[in-house]
Design a protein around this ligand. Structure first.
Ligand code: PLP
Length: 484
């Protein structure tokens, strides 16, 4: 019974509910497959079931916990489900959950070394492990942020600072001495670039979207042309964002060529491999990193495809002093005498979560070998699904399967509007709760995206999706013929 109005939950209660909670999570992971992938609730139905004010008197944890089952669970879309194939399939791991539990228990704010020696010292070690595993050059220092959007924001802020235009002090407004600053990325680049530009006061007019070739890779000739045109106009090209593994199709930009263009024009190069970075743990895929040593910064998200719970994004930078120069501001109460790294100097946050702990757990528990074999198996499954699509008369591949994303669509003979057909198939499948696929538009065509990335995914899960899709197509075809 809750009677005490001071102090924390009594320790016996913590122990009891703690064990129950871990059991609950274990059951959740075990029974995951029986749950609908996408939440089946109507919008606002959770909100409408909750009171407007917090309870005046504290409640028993058992009552709170009951509502997790009754109210929260129906409103959960299960990202960990092996048939979650939409967007990018990402999942946690049990050991990653342990990491999060301990991080919450310590609740440290990594700002100064002295407030969080564990975070300040573990983070560079774990990021060194990851860098070596991904075969990135030693010159890159890593720092952890929450998401790739935030990592990229920091990278573009560094690129702006590198211009030495005194923007840190004078800002950009009301100045006639600044040229138009220009940043280049492909049409397939993630929208986080646009958001960073919004936030940095550069304005979306600063972005030049370079067209892509038929493999959805940045057209480097166009990039060179746009940069030289801008220079002629008196604009100042300051940053290029290349992508290894675009969000739509996982296309890989030619980093080597782009880096050469950047070098010649003294432009900062940021490489976004938020998703595909994890695949770089496989030596057989590291050829995609060609030219990476010439990049100024790289982002990769272990929370996407390295079985680390959300959130954990890594920004690797070549010039860590430039990152510090961009963000360091030291208030009197934060001045210290030790000569140590203080993580608050490397980004917009003052306090930072102890995120490296969960990645350390994941890398130690699975080992390099275990991580490689899991990623390799996901790629094998995506290749297998690709073969099924290619062998079928009713489906076609829409872009190359480079990592573990398959872009494809149904194209049965005798059905006119394939966009409508594919959208319907996707919506029906998603509504059924059996699996979740998402879509993109490629050359104007509605394209289905199937991503493989859950730690629980097996061949039978892909077989299930494939059977469901084929059944839907044959049913549509039968119906189509009847209507004719
Ligand atoms: C997912 C993704 C992002 C955004 O990731 P967040 O961590 O959610 O901000 C950026 N770039 C690429 C290529 C991505 O795939």
């Amino acid at each position: 019974m809750k009677t005490n109005n001071l102090g924390d939950m009594p320790k016996e209660e913590f122990r009891r509910y703690g064990h129950q909670l871990v059991d609950w999570i274990a059951d959740y992971f075990e029974k995951m497959e029986d749950l609908p992938v996408l939440s089946q609730i109507e919008p606002n139905s959770l909100r409408d079931n909750l009171p407007d004010t917090a309870p005046e008197k504290g409640e028993d944890f058992s009552d709170i916990f009951k509502d997790v089952d009754e109210l929260i669970m129906p409103a959960v879309t299960h990202w960990n489900h092996p048939n979650f194939h939409g967007l990018f399939s990402t999942s946690t791991s049990s050991v990653g959950v342990f990491g999060e539990m301990l991080t919450a228990a310590f609740d440290m704010k990594a700002m100064l070394w002295r407030t969080s020696p564990a975070s300040t010292e573990l983070e560079p070690v774990v990021l060194g492990w990851l860098r070596r595993m991904m075969n990135l050059p030693e010159v890159f220092d890593g720092i952890i942020y929450d998401t790739a959007s935030v990592s990229t924001l920091h990278a573009i802020a560094m690129a702006r600072e590198k211009l030495n235009l005194d923007i840190r002090k004078k800002g950009m407004s009301g100045r006639t001495d600044l040229p138009l600053l220009r940043i280049y990325c492909s049409e397939q680049t993630h929208s986080s670039i646009d958001k960073a530009v919004l936030l940095l006061g550069l304005g979306t007019d600063a972005i030049v979207k370079i067209p892509v070739n038929d493999r959805f890779e940045m057209d480097t000739k166009q990039l060179r042309q746009e940069i030289s045109d801008d220079i002629m106009r008196g604009h100042k090209p300051f940053c290029v964002v290349a992508t290894i593994g675009t969000t739509s199709t996982t296309a890989v930009d030619d980093v080597e060529k782009i880096a050469e263009i950047c070098r010649r024009n003294e432009i900062f190069l940021h490489v976004d491999m938020a998703y595909a970075g994890s695949a770089m743990v496989l030596p057989e895929l590291q050829h995609h990193l060609k030219g990476i040593e010439k990049a100024d910064s790289i982002v990769t998200n272990p929370h996407k495809w390295l079985f680390t719970p959300f959130d954990l994004s890594v920004l690797y930078v070549k010039d860590v002093d430039l990152l510090k120069q961009t963000f360091s501001l030291i208030a009197e109460y934060l001045k210290v005498t030790e000569s140590v790294t203080n993580q608050m100097d490397y980004g917009i946050q003052l306090g930072r979560r102890f995120r490296s702990l969960k990645l350390w757990f994941v890398m130690r528990y699975f080992g390099q070998e275990g991580l490689r074999s899991r990623i390799r198996d996901h790629i094998r499954l995506a290749q297998l699904f690709t073969i099924w699509v290619e062998m079928s008369e009713d489906f076609e591949i829409m872009s190359e399967t480079t990592f573990s994303l398959v872009c494809f669509r149904a194209c049965p003979k005798g059905i006119e509007d394939l966009d409508v057909l594919n959208e319907r198939i996707m919506n029906e499948l998603n509504a059924s709760g059996e699996a979740y696929l998402s879509h993109t538009k490629l050359n104007g065509k509605f394209t289905l995206r199937l991503s493989v990335g859950s730690i629980r995914v097996e061949e039978r899960h892909l077989k299930k999706v494939w059977d469901l899709l084929r059944k839907k197509v044959s049913r549509k075809r039968a119906k189509g013929h009847k209507e004719e």
